[in-house]
Write a protein that binds this ligand. Sequence first.
Ligand code: V47
Ligand code: SF4
Length: 384
Amino acid sequence: MTNHSISSLLDLTIKDSKLLTLSKKVIESNRLSPQEGLYLYQNADLSLLAMLANYIRENRHGNKTYFNKNFHIEPTNICVFDCKFCSYSKMLRDKEDFDAWEMSEEEIYSAIKSYNNIDITEVHIVGGVHPKMGLEYFKNLIQNIKAIRPELHVKAFTAVELDYMCRKAKVSYKEGLQILKDAGQGSLPGGGAEIFDEKIREQICKDKCTSAEWLEMHEAAHSVGMPSNATMLYGHIETYEHLIDHMNRLRDLQDKTGGFNAFIPLKFRNKNNQMSGIEEVNIIEDLKVFAMSRIYLDNFNHIKAYWPMIGRKTTQLLLAFGVNDIDGTVDDSTKIYSMAGSEEQNPAMTTEQMVALIKEVGRQPIERDSVYNELHDYSLIELV
Ligand code: V47
Ligand code: SF4
């Protein structure tokens, strides 16, 4: 749809004059203030948000939908922190529990070697914050991984893990990140952001790095030339106001550095954690969060649906709600979401399945690398 025809459609269908003004602002690529974003979030129905988000998505990316070929390594689930939503971590004192794990270095290298001759471009390394694994350990680990497979992109460590490593090693964020970059780390994943509002953070994850520290870590990463992602944990005790505030802090930092690649809303899953009493939100709320992300975060190129968390069918639907990236093949190598109750208990998709998922809803599957260089256009490749 052209700008003009969508504008006429808005005139015909929107009765609330403020909503109409805001919708036209979005269509004309003008930025919404936090108050305007909140008004739109609270008052627009799903179909309006979908239309606006899809309009932006198609203007920016057409039908292109990115994925990569990746796997995860989760070195341990022992963690010094106690996030109330976490279904995965164990305290050090519980390390003998049957569902606690600590991979040895050799196990990690064998995991990397098991992908020898397999077409994969990225390893995503995150885990619990183990008191015994520090900056030096991870520097060596990355160096050795790169020695085994030099071309593999290492996306590693949330700001929470990095904050802990840097403190223990008594180095600044920038110094710590430079050490990891020199060892071969390519980028940072977006975890640990949760909800930036300090009152909510106090209730759900009060003992790990603060919101200001999370943002400072990503700013430092961007300053040493490492791009990163950003996440937002939605669907628990937060309100729309907190979601807008969270996105606003990210939008401000992105204006400053331009270093974020993708924004990933993560749906709170309620199995096996201290917040299990909270019901999961319905699919309408899921669709709204993603659409609002696309509308509000005008300086984020990529909005990602992480399919192991949200499920395949919803991922397909989200491609009409602003999403243009669906993460990777994953190869059954992460436990964070299966332990939290996701329907994807052994998340793995072949390239054929990723491509089919995207094509089935009329979009164009593009394999990307970790920094969004396009590698293969699967709308032009016949898979047998
Ligand atoms: O920070 C933990 C979330 C995150 C639960 O950057 C939960 O490409 C929902 O950040 N329900 C870690 N969410 C994972 C992460 C991530 C995942 C995929 C891709 C990327 C990327 C980053 O997982 C944590 C937390 O927000 N989380 N427990 C739960 N019960
Ligand atoms: Fe530890 Fe991360 Fe779980 Fe928090 S979310 S308890 S930091 S593993």
